[in-house]
Write a protein that binds this ligand. Sequence first.
Ligand code: TYD
Ligand code: MG
Length: 454
Amino acid sequence: MSKVRTVFYCSNCGAQAAKWIGKCPSCNEWNTYVEEVVEREKSTTPWKKKEKHEAAKPKTIQDIKPIPDERIITPDNELNRVLGGGIVPGSVILVGGEPGIGKSTLLLQLALKMEGVKVLYLSGEESDHQIRMRAERIGTKNKECYILPETSTALIFRHIQELQPEVVIVDSIQTMQTELVESTAGSISQIRESASEFQRYAKESGVPVFLIGHITKEGIIAGPKILEHMVDTVLQFEGDRHYSYRILRTVKNRFGSTSELGIYEMQGSGLSEVSNPSEILLTQRDEMLSGIAIAATMEGMRPLLVETQALVTQAVYGTPQRTTTGFDLQRMRMLLAVLEKRCGFFFGVKDVFLNIAGGIRVEDPAIDLAVVASILSSYEDKSLAPNICFCGEVGLSGEIRAVNRIEQRISESAKLGFKKIFVSGYNKKGLNSHKLGIEVVLVNKVEDLIRRIL
Ligand code: TYD
Ligand code: MG
């Protein structure tokens, strides 16, 4: 008879210990250890009949046969893009995101649209009737999309063995339960053990597996963080629930770049791909208001024009407020300090609010210049000209630094009808100005910018 064994896990990073610890030695968080009952039997591979185990031998790199890169190209171009050009056979892809953001919709839609590919969609959260209703909204093209509302991995692998699917989708990994571990579904040991079963299955059978994982609002990542190192690709699905735009971001990818981004719009009939995001993210208006500036940013390989909105008002409470949405708060504080120290503005008695329109989050440092321009515009209560845009990183001494892919940014701005773009003087070398169809203004310091726009 097997012995009941308990193990303590850190609920933040998944570290394991034999006894309870107050402070996690691996992630330094306090009070995160939880006890879980783990009863281990001999590890089995339930989707396969017993085979003789072939031990791996060391080989020289030349002896390893290359396998051709045969990716499965999905009908979803945005998904292909973030995966680095389609699904790699045998890969495990974790799709994380807050509840209600649209993870189930995204993957059910994928299953329903992959014509002629046998897809098994495992749902531990919804009944088959609910999924049917959802499928009706999305529309079905794939006649070989199988739905299985089941949470026990032992039963699931029995079905998988019978069905032999070509793609498996697990919705969600937090609801899966393996018999090898005794704790309840959703606990760290369960998540880890069931994920590793799916991972072994993917590696041995060559079938790609999508795992959906929930992330809670507070950023407590029950599961996904622990799984990050086990899977090949981590995609994060994000967006503001009050807006219809959703962004699929690559966080980790063993088979492609991590700077890719897919943009979708949630509609009544599921998620639709957005192929011209800049046009949607810019609000159409006849007159410019103060505090608004347009930034020419890059998201992955794609240029994206976004609107930054700032509001600078007299502080009513003792401590002035600083709030941002879609932009790093610390970075805004730094930019305010630069404006104070180098240009003589005084924000000590001002509340500053900053918002990136459309509910998206921008990490490209080239947005700095537009952030500075919008803050100054609101500070002075003067609107900027409607057909200008900005791109440049601001350094601590107030210098405007060069950014990458400047030509692409400029040509996207020209394409969208902007007449003037402010870029760093250090970008001059890479520019071939007469072909651009837009006036390029070179600025080296924040002071230069202020003189030109206000
Ligand atoms: P869902 O995929 O269930 O989110 P998750 O699996 O990440 O928890 O998506 C839920 C939201 O999407 C829900 O609020 C309804 C909305 N939705 C649409 O707007 N249109 C649709 O066609 C579908 C299927 C859902
Ligand atoms: Mg769901």
